[in-house]
Design a protein around this ligand. Structure first.
Ligand code: CTP
Ligand code: CA
Length: 226
């Protein structure tokens, strides 16, 4: 790996990475989100930069320092994350979706703080599905032609290989990376299952820093020459 990083195998490549949770507003003072720490995405951004890539990180609300040399765009909602990604995707050769995007958002956002109405009846919230950022990018012409290599992540609570394989096909991406449980949110180490069209391999438990370097090396090895 040391040799890999000193040889800057990703020099001249532009990488786009999503990380962290999204925050979906209910009203000006409330919203729904999740416990994604963003650590894996930030570690990948750092490793890719060390391998010589030009890295743009589209981050949901997390309090993590921006890796040196990485361009960071902060967003809140899934829709904002999609907009930022679509703006940055021209010229990118790799897209890595590590973000834990909220699957749903409140159907409407109240313009003012929702108040208790005195009856004891709670407000009824309706939800609508958010856009699928990874699937959207994977359908772009440059992704379909192989010029943009798309990588998805999955955290499953059971049957990881089968679920990850199915998700890879459903999202239309060449590589799907599964988090090998137990729940990895917020932890500093992890183990990964890499699933591509040729099969699968495991990256055994290690720090997210080391895993990110290994994953970046695996991705670099799968890119077409340029
Ligand atoms: N993803 C995304 N946009 C979404 C939902 C997911 O870009 N709206 C990306 C994630 O960043 C991840 C991959 O898709 O790389 C898989 O996310 P996951 O939540 O596991 O898949 P879903 O399709 O949302 O299915 P489910 O949560 O029902 O398992
Ligand atoms: Ca989901």
């Amino acid at each position: 790996l040391t040799a890999f990083f000193s040889s800057k195998l990703l020099a001249g490549r532009k990488l786009l990475i999503t990380a962290g949770p999204t925050f979906e507003a209910i009203d000006p003072v409330r919203g729904i989100t999740n416990h994604s720490s963003g650590k894996m995405g930030f570690a990948i951004a750092r490793a890719a930069r060390a391998a010589g890539a030009e890295v743009t990180l589209v981050a949901g609300p997390v309090h993590l320092p921006t890796p040196r040399g990485v361009r960071r765009i902060n967003v809140q909602s899934a829709q904002q994350m999609l907009d930022a990604v679509l703006q940055q995707v021209p010229g990118a050769s790799v897209f890595i979706a590590t973000a834990a995007v909220a699957d749903w958002r409140p159907a409407t956002q109240a313009a003012h703080k929702i108040k208790k109405d005195g009856t004891g009846e709670p407000p009824l919230l309706r939800f609508v599905e958010n856009p699928d950022i990874l699937a959207t990018v994977a359908q772009l012409p440059q992704a379909r032609s192989g010029a943009l290599y798309c990588v998805g992540f999955a955290a499953e609570s059971e049957d990881l290989l089968a679920q990850a394989s199915a998700k890879r096909v459903r999202k239309g991406v060449p590589l799907l990376v599964g988090n090998i449980g137990p729940a990895t949110f917020g932890q500093d180490d992890n183990a990964l299952l890499l699933v591509d069209a040729n099969g699968h391999r495991e990256l055994p438990r290690a720090s997210k820093r080391v895993l990110a370097q290994q994953l970046v090396a695996e991705i670099a090895a799968r890119l077409p020459r340029h």
